[in-house]
Design a protein around this ligand. Structure first.
Ligand SMILES: O=C(O)CCC(=O)C(=O)O
Ligand SMILES: [Fe+2]
Length: 336
C-alpha cells in the first residue's frame, strides 16, 4: 500500500490500520457547527473594541475567525489551488519530499511523523516547511506547481504580517510592553498543509490527532469543506468554514505568557465522505534560544508557570509520542 493517501485512487473502504478503536472513533460526524465562535471584523472603526473582542475570544474560546484581515482573497485562492495541485502531482515527484525527520526543514509525511511505529494511521498527508527568513528556505521548497515559490512566498509574507497584527493587538489588549511578541519568541515561521482525500467511512477514522498547538500562535485557512472541531465544555463542535475568513488559535506558549488567562483549545479533524479537504496552517513559534515565562506585567503575586526554553517544553510535550498539553503545562506549572 502506498504511504501517501494523496496517491490512492478508487478508495472503497477504510483500510484496517486507519480504523480507530471504538473509544477513539469520532462515531457520529454530523457535529453541530458553533455559531458562537467569535467572528471579528478587523476593519472595524473602533480599534479598542476590536482589541477587546480578540482578548475576550482568547479567554473564552481560544479560537476566533477574522474578516477584512488584509490578506488578499485572490492570494488565498491561488495558494489553496497551488496546494490542491501539489497533492495531485505524481507520486515520484512528491516522494522527493517524503521524510519523517522533524529536523528536515521541508518535508512531506502521511498521518504523523511516527508513521512507522504508530498503531493507527490518521487519514491525512501533511506538507510542512519553514518560511522565514525566506532566502534561507525558498530553495528547499518544491518548484512544482511552477508558481509554487512565487505564490507561497507572497502568502507567507502576507500571513506573517497578519499574525503580527494580531499579536500586536494582543500586546495592547494585555497592556504589555510594545513589541513584546517580536524577536525570538515568534522567530520560527512554518507553513503546514493538511490534505485529506474523501474517506468512505468518516465515522471510523480521524484526519488528525486530538491535540493543542504547542507554538505561539496559529493561523489557519480552511477550504469550504468542514472538518475542524474544538472541544468545548466536553463536546466536539465544528468550526464553520466561512469563505475567505481566517481562523486564529493562540498556542500553548501564548497561554503561558498570558499567565494562564488564555485558552489553547483541544482540537481535531474529522474526514469527509465525498470531498477532499485541504487546509493551510501558518505557525509562529519561539526560536530554540527563547526563554518563555508569564509576562511580568500579568503576574500579581506568583507566576502560574516557571520559565523554560521552548525545546524543554517540546521535549515534555512530545514525551512518549503523546503531544499531551495538560501534562506539559502541569510540568511547568508552579505549585500553589
Ligand atoms: O486542518 C485543520 O483544520 C486543523 C489543523 C491543525 O489543527 C494543525 O495543523 O495544528
Ligand atoms: Fe492544531
Amino acid at each position: 500500500m502506498e504511504i501517501l493517501i494523496s496517491n490512492w485512487s478508487n478508495v472503497e473502504f477504510v483500510p484496517k490500520k486507519y480504523i480507530f478503536p471504538l473509544e477513539r472513533r469520532p462515531g457520529k460526524i454530523e457535529f453541530p457547527v458553533c455559531h458562537d465562535i467569535p467572528l471579528i471584523d478587523l476593519a472595524n472603526n473602533h480599534p479598542t473594541d476590536t482589541i477587546q473582542q480578540v482578548i475576550k475570544a482568547c479567554q473564552e474560546f481560544g479560537i476566533f475567525q477574522v474578516i477584512n484581515h488584509g490578506v488578499c482573497e485572490n492570494l488565498m485562492d491561488d495558494t489553496m489551488n497551488i496546494y490542491k495541485e501539489f497533492f495531485k502531482l505524481p507520486g515520484e515527484y512528491k516522494a522527493k519530499f517524503y521524510s519523517n525527520d522533524i529536523n528536515k526543514s521541508c518535508r512531506l509525511c502521511s498521518s504523523t511523523l511516527a508513521y512507522d511505529t504508530e498503531e493507527f494511521h490518521y487519514w491525512r498527508d501533511n506538507f510542512t516547511h519553514h518560511c522565514y527568513p525566506l532566502e534561507e528556505y525558498i530553495m528547499t521548497w518544491p518548484n512544482k506547481p511552477t508558481k509554487y515559490r512565487e505564490v507561497v512566498s507572497e502568502y507567507s509574507i502576507e500571513t506573517r504580517k497578519l499574525l503580527y497584527k494580531i499579536l500586536d493587538m494582543i500586546c495592547k489588549g494585555l497592556a504589555l510592553k510594545s513589541g513584546y511578541f517580536e524577536g525570538e519568541v515568534s522567530k520560527t515561521n512554518v507553513i503546514s498543509v493538511n490534505n485529506h482525500i474523501p474517506c468512505p467511512n468518516p465515522s471510523l477514522t480521524l484526519g488528525m490527532p486530538v491535540h493543542s498547538d504547542p507554538n505561539l500562535i496559529t493561523l489557519l485557512q480552511q477550504c469550504d469543506v468542514p472538518g475542524l472541531q474544538i472541544l468545548k465544555d466536553g463536546k466536539w463542535i465544528g468550526v464553520q468554514p466561512i469563505p475567505h475568513a481566517i481562523v486564529l488559535i493562540p498556542g500553548l506558549q501564548l497561554k503561558v505568557i498570558s499567565n494562564d488567562m488564555f485558552i489553547t483549545p483541544v482540537h481535531r479533524v474529522v474526514t469527509h465522505a465525498k470531498e477532499a479537504r485541504t487546509t493551510i496552517g501558518v505557525f509562529l513559534g519561539p526560536s530554540p534560544e527563547s526563554l518563555i515565562k508569564p509576562a511580568t506585567a500579568l503576574v500579581c503575586t506568583k507566576p502560574m508557570f516557571r520559565a523554560f526554553t521552548y525545546p524543554e517544553f517540546l521535549k515534555t510535550f512530545t514525551a512518549g509520542a503523546k503531544c499531551d498539553a495538560q501534562f506539559a503545562l502541569n510540568h511547568f506549572r508552579n505549585k500553589t
